[in-house]
Design a protein around this ligand. Structure first.
Ligand SMILES: C[S@@+](CC[C@H](N)C(=O)[O-])C[C@H]1O[C@@H](n2cnc3c(N)ncnc32)[C@H](O)[C@@H]1O
Length: 227
């Protein structure tokens, strides 16, 4: 399991959430009996939709490569399987350690990269698929992050993920404001802003649907498939 260490300083998210906050979040997101009521209560969404998005990884053909960023504690490893290259990237060493342990428990071989999502150490078009779950709203510059992610997938490759968006309702916007003040969320954006970021990154939007305050999306980098 190779590890690329970029020696990044912690971000606001990692500084604020800390090891315990990260562990608590990761514990919750991994357990459907907790994630479902929390998703419903906080964001008015059905947390099971995450599983449908994660299926994009499992459906990759043998020999394909997937980038999972930010991987957090490795919730998307549910989609990992032998025969595909799985690279998990995050700025937090603690979260990468959690991902490494989870991969070992699941018996899947992965690569880990300690990296800032806006300066990723990958070649242009290195991956067939980039997945990004529950992360874009945490980042200080989500538009740049989307552009970086788009650059990591080959022409014909896809970016699939979800993010919390503003404007779904008062309760959700209040919760977003609280997480922002706590330093756990970045500026984020509305669904329309998010659509602009995908578009600005040169991606063609295949699917963008909003459930409560969570936008789920799939987008393709234009170009010749397989080139
Ligand atoms: C809420 S977690 C979500 C992670 C995971 N995909 C999930 O669904 O559980 C957000 C993650 O973003 C990571 N993160 C925050 N800022 C980052 C950055 N600039 N570059 C890479 N990862 C970052 C944090 O370390 C954390 O693991």
């Amino acid at each position: 399991m190779p590890v690329v260490v970029m020696g990044m300083a912690g971000t606001r998210w990692t500084d604020r959430a800390g090891r315990i906050g990260g562990a608590v979040y990761d514990f919750g997101v991994e357990r459907e009996w907790l994630a479902r009521p929390a998703g419903r209560l906080l964001w008015g969404t059905d947390a099971r939709r995450l599983n449908a998005s994660i299926r994009a990884i499992r459906e990759l053909p043998d020999g394909a490569a997937v980038l999972d960023v930010p991987c957090g504690g490795g919730v998307a490893l549910r989609g990992a399987r032998p025969g595909i290259r799985y690279v998990a990237a995050d700025i937090s060493r603690d979260m990468l350690t959690r991902t490494r342990r989870r991969a070992a428990r699941r018996g899947v071989d992965i690569e880990l990269a300690e990296a800032d999502v806006v300066r990723m150490p990958f070649a242009d078009g290195e991956f067939d698929l980039c997945v990004t779950f529950n992360g874009l709203h945490c980042l200080p510059d989500p538009a740049t992050a989307v552009r970086e992610m788009a650059g990591c997938v080959r022409p014909g490759g896809r970016l699939v993920g979800d993010t919390i968006v503003r404007g779904a309702g008062l309760r959700q916007d209040v919760a977003i404001g609280m997480f922002r003040r706590a330093g756990l969320f970045g500026p984020g954006g509305t669904t329309a802003a998010f659509e602009r970021w995908l578009d600005g990154a040169g991606l063609l939007i295949d699917r963008l649907d909003v459930s409560g305050a969570v936008a789920h999306f799939a987008a393709t980098r234009p170009g010749v498939i397989g080139s």
